[in-house]
Design a protein around this ligand. Structure first.
Ligand code: AR6
Length: 177
């Protein structure tokens, strides 16, 4: 069981499930969401639209799964991060932590062993990166230690798209792990 941080493009990760930093409408967009949909192909957006038609918009911090289309992964877990300017700092932290724990809950329901996360909310949604990284690291480590006896999830990778996010994640791993 373990948590690591790497520099890379999440669309290329050969893991069971990758997490997408989506919006409430699961409508696709820019950033990692755009990269995932364009690499996965149109079937994933169709599945997203079916989920929205069935349940309405996704609440912040909640995760849903689709297949992964043309990606090497088997599943995409779509989760909506907090928009930094819409909440107080404490609520932002709770909502971001919920993104990581609810995605891991969904991964466990799917029976996924390996899961990769992007740095949720640290792009367009403007969550400060130095605050987001320790929340990601501590939430994943807590979830793994609380669920180690009864989960398929074994290996979690934080995929950083730039060296600044990687530095924050490595610092958080050093401080917390
Ligand atoms: N692999 C890994 N990380 C990536 C990749 C990639 N291919 N591309 C970007 N990132 P953002 P958010 C990093 O804006 O802040 C979308 O339009 C990026 O460097 O993608 O949660 C959605 O539709 C950043 O650190 O997501 C929503 O409307 C991180 O991914 C909205 O943006 C997150 O940046 C969500 O905003």
């Amino acid at each position: 069981m373990g948590l690591t941080a790497v520099l890379g493009d999440i669309t290329t990760m050969e893991v069971d499930a990758i997490v997408n930093a989506a919006n409430a409408a699961l409508a696709g967009g820019g950033g990692v969401d755009g990269a995932i949909h364009s690499a996965a192909g149109p079937t994933v957006l169709e599945e997203c639209q079916a989920i929205i038609a069935n349940q309405g918009p996704c609440r912040t911090g909640r995760a849903v799964a689709t297949s992964a289309g043309a990606l090497p992964a088997t599943w995409i877990i779509h989760v909506v991060g907090p928009i930094w300017t819409q909440h107080e700092p404490v609520e932002n932290s709770t909502l971001l932590a919920n993104c990581y724990s609810s995605s891991l809950d969904v991964a466990a329901e799917l029976g996924a062993t390996t899961i990769a996360f992007p740095a949720i909310s640290t792009g367009v949604y403007r969550f400060p990166r130095e605050l987001a990284a320790p929340i990601a690291v501590s939430t994943v480590l807590n979830w793994l230690s609380q669920n180690k006896r009864n989960t398929s999830v074994d290996t979690v990778t934080l995929v950083c798209f730039d060296s600044e996010n990687l530095r924050h994640c490595q610092q958080a791993l050093t401080d917390i792990a």
